[in-house]
Ligand binder design. Structure first.
Ligand SMILES: Cc1ncc(COP(=O)(O)O)c(CNc2co[nH]c2=O)c1O
Length: 398
């Protein structure tokens, strides 16, 4: 049996999405910017895809959604656009973000610091989230942007986006949220939450890899990251990947419907909870960040005495896929930065394993995964030179 439990890294393309994409490779293949019928033939389904994207995040008609390659490009576009418009060519010089953002936020901020920009990385509490008031406490005249993720990719923890959005609107500071891990798991409403910019990637909600989006509220337009063409109204040069854009639209429609969100928060959550509870029956295992206020499909579990990488290897031998955290950092054996941010000790920071489910996982798969994971933990602890079970240390969660 093959069991895929790494959906926060990427998801399977929904067969309905693939079906919608197929005609746009060999049959309706014109350049959408061409004036002839071959190009114009792509427009109806591209317009429909945009309609699905607007509806999925409740964007207003007058706002923009720019089709990008992925959330990484969307995040870079916002932060570097703010840098050019508000800092290099304005009177601002400060950005507020958090310590647990994805590297496509933190690495850009680190680069801007080398260019003289001041960046505040707000710390998270022991549950891995921050209080909206922390944002208010650090906003100052020079603040050009607040960028706080909607949901953390490793723990699933949710951030107080509505409260932060209100604080930023009251202060007149542009607010960006990286919603990559929120869309398709919880309701995302840019108008209700006073969001000015929002990033997403299709492959996180059963769309194709290599396509994403950046929501830009009307009046918050920025200097583009990519110049050299009139595509996307000049906001993002380059020929659009028509098939992927159409696939992303259908994936957004499927993932954000009331029925789909209900399924995520009942059945997918039930299977996540079943897997998590079974692992927590094993001594010296904890849920990093606790069980409350998180996306329904994710759990980051620390297994004392077991290197996360070793767990992945054992599970992979039985064709179970999971991760120790963000795939873009999977190669290195650095301690998990999110766990470090929680104040985990260095030993604990290497013991995290992330399981992230989807609507395609089944009860049988979870039952199989539980049996394999229990066996792997027992085996790895039995050969560990440093692990000895101490009953007094058995805690169920941080
Ligand atoms: C919150 C968040 N933002 C941005 C990205 C970047 O998305 P991309 O540009 O489509 O790659 C990711 C990918 N996060 C992960 C990729 O692999 N494991 C992860 O947790 C993410 O989780």
């Amino acid at each position: 049996m093959e069991v895929y439990l790494d959906n926060n890294a990427t998801t399977k393309v929904d067969p309905e999405v693939f079906k919608a994409m197929e005609p746009f490779f060999c049959h309706i293949y014109g350049n959408p910017n061409s004036l002839h019928k071959f190009g114009a033939g792509t427009h109806p389904k591209m317009v429909e895809a945009l309609d699905y994207l607007y509806a999925g995040i409740n964007a207003a008609d007058q706002d923009d959604i720019i089709i990008t390659a992925n959330a990484t490009e969307s995040n870079n576009t916002v932060i570097k656009g703010i840098w050019v418009d508000k800092i290099l060519n304005g009177n601002k010089n400060h950005i507020i973000t958090s310590e647990v953002e994805h590297p496509s936020i933190t690495a850009v901020c680190k680069f801007l610091e080398t260019q003289g920009v001041s960046v505040t990385y707000l710390p998270v509490n022991e549950e891995g989230v921050l209080e909206a008031q922390q944002v208010a406490d650090y906003i100052k005249e020079e603040t050009a942007l607040v960028s706080i993720m909607w949901a953390n990719n490793e723990t699933g923890k949710l951030f107080p986006i509505k409260e932060i959005g209100q604080i930023c609107r009251d202060a007149g500071v542009p607010f960006h949220t990286d919603a990559t891990q929120a869309i398709g798991k919880i309701p995302v409403d840019v108008q209700a939450c006073n969001v000015n910019y929002l990033s997403f990637s299709a492959h996180k909600f059963h769309g194709p890899k290599g396509v994403g989006g950046l929501y830009v509220e009307k009046g918050f337009e920025l200097t583009p990251l990519l110049h050299g063409g009139e595509q996307m109204g000049g906001h993002r040069a380059g020929t659009v990947d028509v098939a992927s854009m159409i696939g992303m639209g259908v994936a957004m429609k499927l993932a954000t419907s009331p029925e789909a969100l209900a399924y995520e928060n009942t059945e997918v959550k039930r299977l996540r909870d079943k897997l998590e509870s079974a692992i927590l029956e094993i001594p010296e295992t904890i849920v990093i960040g606790g069980k409350e206020n998180r996306t329904p499909n994710t759990t980051l579990i620390s297994i004392r005495g077991v290197e996360g990488e070793s767990m992945l290897w054992d599970m992979n031998q039985k064709t179970i896929g999971a991760s120790t955290g963000s795939a873009c950092a999977s190669e290195d054996l650095e301690a998990n930065p999110v766990m470090n941010a929680f104040g985990s000790d260095s030993e604990l920071a290497h013991t995290g394993v992330r399981f992230s489910l989807s609507r395609f996982n089944t009860e049988e798969e979870i039952d199989y995964a539980i049996s394999v994971i229990k066996g792997a933990i027992a085996r790895l602890r039995s050969i560990s030179s440093s692990y000895a079970y101490t009953p007094k240390n058995h805690v169920s969660e941080l």
